[in-house]
Write a protein that binds this ligand. Structure first.
Ligand code: BDR
Ligand code: CA
Length: 308
């Protein structure tokens, strides 16, 4: 089994990513680390605990991390994820599981040292925790097997500003640290591919477990409404689950190496990811950019894992 740590700001689609990772039974999940993003750190942590209980995996450790971006103010996304981050689908109080002691960036470093060359990090949130881990342990890149992160958009438009994707926008300084850390296998899963992996209500009906189906239907309602309002399609994008999908089935995506950076000082373009497709800057490639995805195969993998 591939050893992973999943880093989340749970969030409706983070919750679906957690469900996919757990239900696939193909990943050794050493822990789930949480960060401020879609919702506050506390809310993201509580939501993660609730989802692990729903998934029947309360034994997986949850470790809280950064309570805000490196230098900026937090930017919650209640319009997309609802007040509680889960579209109101799991009302309080519904959880007995609690987070462990400890701090996510330290946990990431500890586990990387424990399993040198074996650990894959799957990041589905602003990259604050990983940036802090890299600042704390500059040799971390040489200990990691792979980092897969959901964030950025390289050809299409943004989803938080006209040009920026939410995770890179929420903590662009952290994204820059990660991109320039010298991580040998750094895979970017951006909106260019996640906007192709759409979940609609008919597909949700295919979930066989009644509790899971009802949770997914309820939690995605607000998310689907928002996606329809912005994109004219009645469905929602499986942004974060696709990052887990890439760890489970790498052949789902076509990746190409490019030099990638993130804008951190711009009035209109803050948080925008810039991919140097034609190597105009003459820099060494630092990122494997997902350029294609077999969306149908991923949707099947997702539904089959949740139905197993
Ligand atoms: C990303 O932003 C968040 O709102 C989602 O959870 C996902 O990680 C998509 O841009
Ligand atoms: Ca997320």
């Amino acid at each position: 089994l591939n050893r992973i740590i999943l880093d989340v700001d749970t969030g409706i689609d983070d919750a679906l990513a957690i469900l996919l990772a757990v239900k696939s039974r193909k990943l050794d999940i050493l822990g789930i680390t949480t960060v401020c993003g879609n919702v506050s750190l506390q809310q993201a942590t509580d939501n993660t605990c609730k989802i692990l209980e729903l998934a029947g995996a309360p034994e997986i450790p949850v470790i809280a991390g950064a309570a805000g971006p490196l230098t900026r103010k937090s930017h919650y996304e209640h319009r997309v994820h609802g007040q509680d981050g889960l579209g109101g689908a799991l009302p309080d109080p519904a959880v007995s599981k609690k987070a462990e002691e400890g701090f996510a960036p330290e946990f990431i470093v500890e586990q990387a040292k424990l399993y040198p060359g074996e650990l894959t990090l799957i990041m589905t949130a602003p990259l604050t925790n990983l940036a802090l881990a890299l600042l704390k342990c500059p040799e971390l890149p040489s200990l990691l097997k792979e980092v897969i992160f959901m964030g950025g958009v390289v050809r299409g438009h943004g989803n938080i500003t006209p040009t920026a994707e939410y995770n890179t926008y929420a903590d662009p300084e952290a994204a820059r640290i990660v991109l320039h850390a010298g991580i040998e296998k750094l895979t970017q899963v951006g909106l260019d591919v996640t906007r192709q992996t759409l979940l609609n209500e008919a597909t949700i009906e295919r979930l066989t477990d009644p509790a899971l189906r009802s949770y997914v239907a309820q939690s995605t309602e607000i998310y689907i409404n928002r996606y329809e309002q912005m994109n004219g399609i009645r469905a929602c994008a499986l942004h974060d689950p696709l990052a887990v999908g890439v760890a489970l089935a790498p052949e789902l995506v076509g990746r190409k190496s490019y030099y990638v950076d993130v804008e951190t000082a711009s009035r209109l373009c803050d948080g925008q990811m810039v991919c140097d497709f034609q190597n105009r800057l003459g820099q060494q490639p630092n990122t494997l950019v997902c350029e294609t995805v077999d969306a149908e195969a991923f949707l099947e993998l997702f539904i089959n894992a949740l139905n197993a």
